[in-house]
Design a protein around this ligand. Sequence first.
Ligand code: ZN
Ligand code: MN
Length: 475
Amino acid sequence: MAERYEMIVGLEVHVELKTETKIFCSCPTIFGAEPNTQCCPVCMGLPGALPTLNRRVVEYAIKAGLATNCRIARQTGLDRKNYFYPDLPKAYQISQYDRPLCYGGWLDIESGGEKKRIGITRIHIEEDAGKLIHDGERGTMIDCNRCGVPLIEIVSEPDIRSAQEAKLYLKKLRSLMLYAGVSDCKMNEGSLRCDVNISVRPVGSSELGERCEIKNLNSFAFAAKAIEYEFERQTALLERGERLTRETRRFDASSGKTYAMRSKESAEDYRYFPEPDLPPLTVSEETVARLANELPRLPDLRAEEYISKYSLSEYDSEIITSDMALADYFEAAVRTSAYPKLLANILISEILGRVEQEDFYCPISPENLAEIADMSGEGLINSSTAKKLIKRLWLSDEPPREVVMREELFQINDREALTEAILAVIRADARVVADYKSGRTVAAKSVVGRVMSATGGRANPALLGELTQEILKSQ
Ligand code: ZN
Ligand code: MN
């Protein structure tokens, strides 16, 4: 059944900007502060209080737009979106309606070895609402600390066709926001939250089906699960000949299902109008140029460079550029290395596995890791010694070449020495030769293993394998 339908998915992502103060007042925005200790008459919407737009919010939003190939509006402004909800003491949110600050952008994802471009309809600035705290004994309370925390809302085109693509889009978007330096993007603290718009239609149809919106998904995995569940639910309804209703749903992580919350409001319900307490917003050419200048080199550009300059694979370049700290680390290391590909391999296979948190860090200096790659490239050490060195430097960093010299960890490339070691193993255990001759090739592996342990893991593995075969055959 699933093959006869396709899903049409667009994402709305709210990203909390990492300004020190709120969007319209000077209250601080520190996460996790005591409830209601970071608010004032402006962000609580008390009568007569007037907002002042935080310049930094506009700058961050423009940087986010530039990082996602958007055009930047020169003349725009803020709008009032009216709705009543207990976490919104003003009963309206200052947002942008038909004049978003950034529009017409895109980002590329890499799905199954193929590049796919996902359009970005718009990025607008707005304020966050407060937070309701539900307490079994005391009832529901409101924390106004989050009222007026600056957000950008990034709306994608409905270009996404699978849960996997949605995940890749979110990952790329998060990475770009981190590169742009506009948010810490901590999903567990709610600084990046995602709403999914999804509809289904028979394959080949060009009409759009009725869509549902799933609100506030705070992890990539939940977004993917919600999409998969919703696709199943909607196609099953259509198969039964039922009609879908446009509605807002929520995702329950424990059951993996979505549940209807309310029928979807339309724009008219919000009675948008230009915010009367704020002047129009003008963005100058110079401002945009200055902000573009402040952006670091972005991941796509870096990946191209790694492929052309260092012959890295597309796959490896993609992994390394997915995190700016990791890309910066690689670039610092590669400056001192003669073996960029080996360096990339070691970084991906040996270092990334040790990084437990979401964002990259490495206690080994880039120069020292480059030295390990170079010693491997030169054949001075083998891969098992490289692994041991990494394990050791991870706990206490020092120049690895000195360790290798001091402790004589050189790879044994000497044919005679290795031949001697192999013969010693065979002499001590004649059975391996008989086993080998009777066709049991594992016998060779056991010889290699025993020589490796006799040499403290320092034998050149390729040479050792080759010599072992030769000697076993000639016995
Ligand atoms: Zn305030
Ligand atoms: Mn919004």
